[in-house]
Ligand binder design. Structure first.
Ligand SMILES: NC(=O)c1ccc[n+]([C@@H]2O[C@H](COP(=O)([O-])OP(=O)(O)OC[C@H]3O[C@@H](n4cnc5c(N)ncnc54)[C@H](OP(=O)(O)O)[C@@H]3O)[C@@H](O)[C@H]2O)c1
Length: 183
């Protein structure tokens, strides 16, 4: 089944570079309207220009997803500008490389959990009331192959990524009546 994305409002975290930027441009090519979030205002401005060059609308909101207040302001800005949110792409995140034996390992886990897992939870919690009001919407969480297996030196990242599948299942089961989807 193909779904038109023309004029759909898509909020992407971690949109200032990398995969988030690529996802934003892919949605823009399909005619979606973009809300771009990350900490770097400069990075967001560059991606916003690229989205506009493709003929789509974009709103950049510099946001640290670890801050619930900043995330609330992001969602408020998105709704004020576009009136709705159809798709949330939880893409913001970090990854640390280092052995389990390293002195920094515990801190690596904490930092990754804060940005990638709790960031995802913060944004999901702020967007869910909007999806409920609309009775529709989709959430995409950017996990990794390391959410299924772990590799040497990527232990902190794998520990955090393994938290994504149950988060997705719990989210999907928490609002089955609204017609929303969580991937
Ligand atoms: N690269 C891979 O091979 C791979 C594979 C599987 C999954 N992933 C996942 O895909 C996502 C993107 O990966 P990537 O390779 O594109 O990474 P990247 O190039 O390092 O980009 C990460 C993005 O997240 C943003 N970000 C980081 N911390 C943030 C915070 N606290 N608040 C708001 N934004 C934040 C960064 O922007 P600012 O620095 O401006 O905030 C940037 O836009 C990550 O979640 C990663 O775990 C990556």
């Amino acid at each position: 089944m193909s779904v038109s994305l023309v004029n759909r409002v898509v909020l992407i975290t971690g949109a200032s570079r990398g995969i988030g930027r690529a996802v934003a441009l892919a949605f823009a090519r399909e005619g979606a309207r973009l809300v771009l979030a990350a900490r770097s205002a400069e990075g967001l401005a560059g991606v916003e220009d690229e989205v506009r060059a493709l003929g789509s609308e974009a709103l950049s909101v510099p946001t640290d997803v670890t801050s619930p207040e900043a995330v609330t302001a992001l969602v408020d800005a998105a709704v004020a500008r576009f009136g709705r949110i159809d798709v949330l792409v939880n893409n913001a995140g970090i990854g640390k490389v280092g052995s389990v034996e390293s002195a920094a390992f515990e801190d690596d886990v904490r930092q990754t959990m804060r940005a990638s897992l709790f960031g995802m939870i913060n944004v999901t919690q702020a967007v869910l009331p909007v999806l409920r009001r609309q009775g529709s919407g989709a959430i995409v969480n950017m996990s990794s192959v390391m959410g299924r297996k772990a590799f040497a030196r990527f232990g902190s990242y794998a520990i955090v990524m393994h938290g994504f599948p149950p988060s997705r299942t719990a989210s999907a089961r928490s609002w089955p009546a609204t017609g929303s989807a969580c991937r």
